[in-house]
Design a protein around this ligand. Structure first.
Ligand code: HEC
Length: 186
């Protein structure tokens, strides 16, 4: 190989390294991807009614998270949980029927996620995002998500982890409010 060709190859190699590094940096700082098919592919494990605000929260977990919860194991990297909030119509007994999907909240666990946060705010390896029902990003600002979810630090920052475990073991949708009750239902 002559010197010129060798140099050209070296330049091309360096160029591709720089490009792929750039792409991975952008991906790392980027928000979570919207999991398009979660309604089909995930398990709908909880439905929690907030009668004061007339909102129903529908919560889904991906199969990887459900399988771990079934065996009472910690949720592995790659676990994804989606929570929809719906406006609802109340009947005479204040029982709610969801009428319109308004928001989709997402959390994903991956090694290295959350490393940019201080130790007291960080939610382990979880990262959060807020999407519209059509999958456009509403906000990737995580401050409020992180600080409220630290209340359940002892169960991997997941309010509904006990419900996920029961649903994974029984295949039954869970609908009791968490022990924090209506104070966090808004
Ligand atoms: C004021 C407290 C509070 C804030 C702020 C908050 N959450 Fe939550 N979140 C909850 C509670 C409580 C639940 C359990 C469902 C329920 O009780 O209605 C929950 C449940 C969830 C779940 C289902 C899994 C779980 O942890 O049980 C996801 C996903 C979620 N929240 C994402 C988010 C995202 C994304 C944000 C920020 C945009 C956020 N949350 C901000 C209190 C909060």
């Amino acid at each position: 190989m002559n010197r010129q060709k060798w140099l050209l190859r070296l330049v091309l190699l360096l160029f591709s390294v720089v490009i792929s590094l750039g792409i991975s940096l952008i991906a790392a700082s980027d928000s979570l991807e919207f999991p398009r098919n979660y309604q089909q592919d995930f398990v709908h494990y909880a439905s929690i009614a907030c009668p004061n605000s007339r909102i129903v929260r529908q919560i889904y977990a991906n199969p990887m998270a459900v399988n771990a919860a079934k065996e009472s194991k910690p949720l592995p990297d790659g676990s994804l949980i989606v929570m929809e909030t719906h406006s609802a119509i109340a009947d005479a007994n204040n029982q709610l029927t969801p009428s319109r999907l308004n928001n989709v909240f997402i959390r994903e666990k991956q090694s290295g996620f959350g490393a940019e946060h201080s130790e007291n705010l960080r939610n382990g390896n979880w990262k959060y995002a807020w999407y519209s029902p059509t999958g456009s990003l509403v906000s990737s600002s995580e401050g409020s998500c992180l600080s409220c979810h630290t209340r359940v630090r002892d169960r991997d920052y997941i309010f509904t982890l006990p419900d996920l475990a029961i649903a994974a073991q029984t295949n039954e949708l869970q609908s009791r409010p968490t022990e924090f009750g209506l104070s966090v239902c808004n």
